[in-house]
Design a protein around this ligand. Structure first.
Ligand SMILES: O=C(O)C(=O)C[C@H](O)[C@H](O)COP(=O)(O)O
Length: 212
C-alpha cells in the first residue's frame, strides 16, 4: 500500500459500508449521524451537494464514534473548505492531477474516484491506491472491477453508485474491494431514525473485511 493511502484504508475498514449522505436540512444532520453510528456505521460521507453540507460535517463530528468525511469534493477549493470544517477524509467522484496534488499536499486521507483502467493508472501515478470505483454499477458492476483489478492488483476499492443491500455482497466478495459506499440507508426527507438505525445495522452485517 502507498503511504498516501494508508490512512484512508483505516477509514475503509471501519465498516463494510460508508453511507453517502445528502443533507438537505441542517436539523437532520445530528439525528442521522447518531442513528448511523448507533447502527454500526461510523464512517460518514457528507456530500458537498447541498448548502448546509459544510455545516453538517461540523455538526456530525460531535457524535461520539463518528468519522466524518466530505464527498463530492471536486476542486482544491472544496478540499480546503472540507478540511476547515474538520472533515477527516475526502471522497471525490473522479480524479484530476490538480485535486490529487492538493490532497496529497494536505495529507488528509483521500479516496479518489476511478471508473476504468486509465483512471486507476493515473491514481497509482499520483501515489493513491485506495480508490472509489464510481459509478460502480453503471461502470460495469463487479465483473468490470474484477477485470480491471487483475492487472492493477495494487489498487483496492470502495465501489459506489448503484450499490444496494442486494448487490453489496457480490462487491464485498471481491478481493479488490475493502468496503462499499451507498445512499440507501438514508432516504430523502425527514429522517426516520429508528428505520435508519435498523438499515444501518443490517448494512454493518454485510460482511466486513478483516485487516490482513
Ligand atoms: O457525490 C459523489 O461524490 C458521488 O460520487 C456520487 C455518490 O457516491 C453516489 O451518487 C452514491 O450513489 P448511490 O448510492 O447510487 O446513490
Amino acid at each position: 500500500m502507498t503511504a498516501k493511502s494508508a490512512a484512508v484504508e483505516k477509514v475503509m475498514r471501519l465498516a463494510p459500508v460508508i453511507p453517502v449522505l445528502v443533507i438537505e436540512d441542517i436539523e437532520h444532520a445530528l439525528p442521522i449521524a447518531e442513528a448511523l453510528v448507533a447502527g454500526g456505521l461510523p464512517a460518514l460521507e457528507v456530500t458537498l451537494r447541498t448548502e448546509c453540507a459544510i455545516e453538517a460535517i461540523k455538526v456530525m463530528k460531535q457524535v461520539p464514534g463518528a468519522t466524518v468525511g466530505a464527498g463530492t469534493v471536486l476542486t482544491p477549493d472544496d478540499l480546503a473548505k472540507s478540511i476547515d470544517a474538520g472533515a477527516e477524509f475526502i471522497v471525490s467522484p473522479g480524479l484530476t492531477p490538480t485535486l490529487g496534488e492538493a490532497a496529497a499536499k494536505s495529507g488528509i486521507p483521500f479516496l479518489p474516484g476511478t471508473a476504468n483502467a486509465s483512471d486507476v493508472m493515473l491514481a497509482l501515478e499520483l501515489g493513491f491506491d485506495r480508490l472509489k470505483f464510481f459509478p460502480a454499477m453503471a461502470a460495469g458492476g463487479p465483473s468490470a472491477l474484477k477485470a480491471i483489478s487483475a492487472p492493477l492488483a495494487a489498487a483496492k476499492f470502495c465501489p459506489t453508485g448503484g450499490v444496494t443491500p442486494d448487490n453489496a455482497p457480490d462487491w464485498l466478495a471481491l478481493d479488490a474491494v475493502l468496503c462499499v459506499g451507498g445512499s440507501w440507508m438514508v432516504p430523502k426527507g425527514s429522517p426516520d431514525v429508528a428505520k435508519i438505525e435498523a438499515t444501518a445495522r443490517a448494512a454493518a452485517q454485510l460482511g466486513s473485511k478483516e485487516t490482513a
